[in-house]
Ligand binder design. Sequence first.
Ligand SMILES: [Zn+2]
Length: 384
Amino acid sequence: MPSFHDDDAPADGIPSTAWHPPPPPTLQVPRIAVTEELMHALPKTDLHCHLDGSMRIKTILELAEQQKVKLPADTEDGLAKAIHKGEICKDLEDYLVAFDVTCSVLQTEEALYRAALELGLDAAAENVRYLEVRYAPVLHQARGLKLTHIIDSVLEGLRAAKHQTRLKYGLILCGIRHMSPESSLRLAELCVAYKNRGVVGFDLAGAEANFPAKEHRQAFQLILKNNVNCTAHAGEAYGPESIGQALHYLGAHRIGHGVRLREDGDLLNYVNDHRIPLECCPSSNVQTRAVDDMKAHPLKFYFDYGLRVTINTDNRLITDTTVSREYWIAHKELGLSLEDLTTVMVSGFKSAFLPFREKQDLLKQVNAEIESTLKAFEKKQLGR
Ligand SMILES: [Zn+2]
């Protein structure tokens, strides 16, 4: 029986007599069929979700028309093809081409606000209870927007989504591997300035091969010195050395993807021993050819080995997916049972870049919601 209590997260060190951690709840997972409807209904997180890869396609077309931006196509189908929506790409770099298209219409405060609001609403509509949105503010300066305005617009959009739904959110700012380490440092400074103001972490994204993480360590030093959370894309388009660099040079608290971690057993044990969460994005990994096909994805192996895995979308539009769909695929194609799936859902909440006590309170709510949802489905399926 999995423990649904976050007993291994660090305490924040503030003494209090008013707050006590909840006792570890136990969850009875009924023997019911896993359906897409059930995956949709259960409360989930999306910890690895790019703003510029997760827009509504209609919105891109509308924004382009308003802003007089030329897109590679002016119909939904044409544009879907141009950005390889849901199609297998040659490699990660081929996949990243789509971001030139989406970023071309994300150069105004209104557009950034709208993209963030719609992403928040879309996530909440599939019962994501906690969403971490990430993006690289530096890619939204083509029309002269200030970095602070680029961040404020997205935060306002997410705040509006929160007001309309039950969604909790956090924003992660990304440095880009193939850009200069100085630009990462500037973004890290902003991340520190926005700590406790909606920004919850820092990330390193972009082309992984030929752009080692250690080049950006100055930015991460600043992040760590200021007690800000960080993650890094690693082990997606390059081998386990890249994950080692993310952990040992950058001090990453989570790893984005980590598909190639299985190639280094020693590092795999290190990640397991330190309970470092992996932000797995199965469909995206097939699309960028980080794995040959879904059956070859290491998610189930990692889970069975005891690693703290989470399931995420990466890019809702470009990969043509949702968190519910990724869970369904994890069941259908990778063989995770209902008990496994609910454990991964809880791991998502445990791995959130949230303060410990806030996370404990959220976990308590989520455990109750998982239990009531399972009961409702048991009643429906078995007529009890
Ligand atoms: Zn990513």
